[in-house]
Write a protein that binds this ligand. Sequence first.
Ligand SMILES: *Cc1c(COP(=O)(O)O)cnc(C)c1O
Length: 398
Amino acid sequence: MGTPLKPATTAVHAGLSEPRPGEPVLNPLVPATSYYADPDVIGFSASDLGDDAPHFYARWSHPSAAALEQRLARLDGGEAALTFASGMAAVSGLVLHKLQAGDHFIVSNVCYAGVAEFARTLPKYGIAVTAVDASDLVSVANAFRPETKLVHIETPANPILRLADIAAIAQLAHAAGAELSVDSTMATPIATKPLELGADFVVHSLTKYACGHGDALGGAVIGRRGAIEALRRDALIHLGAVLNPFAAWLISRGLETLPQRMAAHADNARAISTWLETAPGVTRVIYPGLPSHPQHELAQRQMKNFSGMLSFVINDGEAVARRLARKLKLVAYAVSLGKTRSLIFHIPTDDLLRTSFALEGRDAEAYRAWAGDGVFRLSAGIEDAGDIIADLEQALAP
Ligand SMILES: *Cc1c(COP(=O)(O)O)cnc(C)c1O
């Protein structure tokens, strides 16, 4: 076909096997751990693994992951994708593969808490780490050293939905001889394609919007073919955090409706955030799709869909959190995000600054300017927006 397929078609068709009479119309789930081997084609060591080698052992590759990887690569406009057992396995695998003792790593100082905490373990391997405010290009530019090899950002960043300018940071990284990895879990390929903006790697927690139904953990890295195959040999096979076939199969199925779900998530997040801006006691609403978001201009430039995540600050947040956990009927008071059902969770600023982010001085003040004493992070589901707003209204009422 001449014109490239649109995302809604790619999401359903990419990765399907060739049609053959009598074969199933969808990719079957294959739980096998080993595959018939041809001694002329494959060696026993991961270092002998050719890019087009057939399946051999499920920790190296398996059909359910391979089909999902094709779909993910196509959706993000990358040459190849590699799946992992979780988003954390994808991030840690990439970072440990790319960096060695003596290297320097720049990481966004607001990001998924697990990633922030993992980054602080890297000095024990001899890797120097600088955490920067990735929304401030001057801070990013000043963080580079001759040994900087990798920059890792997240946009929008958990939990305050602060954005980072991917194209500008890619330029800074490349000028310094470093590579850029972008955690695009919240944006999804429906909103943003970081590779087209110059990033070298895109990372997703597939657990969130990609799967979409809250029933499988997974992660992925997407990038150039050679880089992804090296990542497979070094990080997937040797660290071993392979995606299990059933999770791969569930996530492939979830991806089929990603474009439609993202449209619904974004519509609901806009309706809920617009309502919250007028709700009693709410002092701040943070949603990239609202003109009040401090980086709304960047959001319009970089995101085709503003996603379903919003945060808000309300007076006496800790007491409100207890009330919401008790009174909400539709919205679940629970962690995670990107699921069909709406979820809400309170994240107290003092705890987060002290533990996960370890921010001090100016960086702590910059965070507090967004989050006050704490934010409620709300993952808008795909239910009826009016029903969700009514549930929030009854639970917020004192
Ligand atoms: C959840 C999440 C992760 C970690 O993914 P898991 O699948 O839970 O390991 C990483 N980055 C972001 C932005 C996330 O939301």
